[in-house]
Design a protein around this ligand. Structure first.
Ligand code: 9D3
Length: 240
């Protein structure tokens, strides 16, 4: 059995492992639960100027990554025909990443992630390789690398043994779920702020009801989309 692995194609390999080298994901990398490889796209240029990008046909701002250079990097990343890992292009044009997709990716052999810079990658190499196109949300990054780090983090924390068995079956908090209730720990009083009495009562049913009410309130307020999905799911399956 080989470990879950990520190969990242990027013009900025120094950005990796970055935060993934710390904490639980860093330990899990050290103990062989998963591995990370970067391929520097700049290493696949053919001309002496090592140009990765060029001006867009049709005009417009910015630069476009060349199809031939990205293709050479993809051929290197994908040279093993037994490699069943998902091929993913991180792009603001992609479908939003969901916890459902993350779970499936974590259960598979790993991911090959293509990171764009500039305005993006020549469409012909995308049409040729047909990667799954994914986004991390409706805001603008300077490149795909922070999105790749985000996706790998979300997958790695689900790998067996990475998190304590404690905080794992909480995964349905999205998609028909609620946002989390607020958390408190010692000291009982801090800056004139007290821990809600109910949490000190030892009354488990009351605590559960309070947490549920808090979770519903915050979800209704901040995430009307999740609130609607939660209600639709409750109609289908009944309360609880
Ligand atoms: C003004 C047109 N821009 C599209 C929104 C051009 C553009 C901006 C930023 C093209 C590429 C990028 C770089 N972004 C990513 O590579 C990216 C991204 C993102 O910006 N937001 C959310 N998810 C992702 S995944 C990759």
């Amino acid at each position: 059995m080989s470990a879950w692995s990520a190969t990242v194609l990027t013009l900025f390999p120094e950005m990796f492992p970055g935060p993934l080298g710390q904490s639980l994901s860093g330990k899990a990398m050290d103990n062989g639960t998963w591995s990370l490889e970067t391929l520097d796209i700049r290493g696949f240029t053919s001309d002496k100027h090592a140009s990765v990008d060029d001006t867009p046909f049709g005009g417009g701002p910015g630069m476009v990554m060349r199809a031939d250079v990205v293709d050479a990097a993809l051929r290197e990343a994908r040279d093993d025909s037994a490699d069943d890992r998902a091929l993913i292009y991180l792009t603001p044009r992609g479908r939003p990443i969901t916890q459902t997709r993350v779970r499936a990716l974590a259960e598979g052999p790993g991911v090959v992630l293509l990171c764009g810079r500039y305005e993006g990658i020549d469409q012909r190499v995308i049409d040729e390789w047909e990667p799954e196109e994914l986004s991390i949300g409706d805001f603008v990054l300077s490149g795909g690398e922070p999105a790749a780090l985000t996706l790998i983090d979300a997958c790695v924390r689900l790998l067996p043994g990475v998190m304590g068995s404690d905080a794992s079956p909480e995964e349905e908090s999205f998609e028909g779920g609620l946002l989390e209730y607020p958390h408190y720990t010692r000291p009982r009083e801090w800056h004139d702020r007290e821990v809600p009495d109910v949490l000190l009562s030892g009354h488990h049913e009351k605590i559960e009801a309070w947490r549920r009410a808090e979770a519903e309130m915050v979800t209704k307020e901040r995430r009307p989309d999740l609130w609607a999905a939660y209600h639709a799911a409750r109609k289908r399956t009944g309360p609880r």
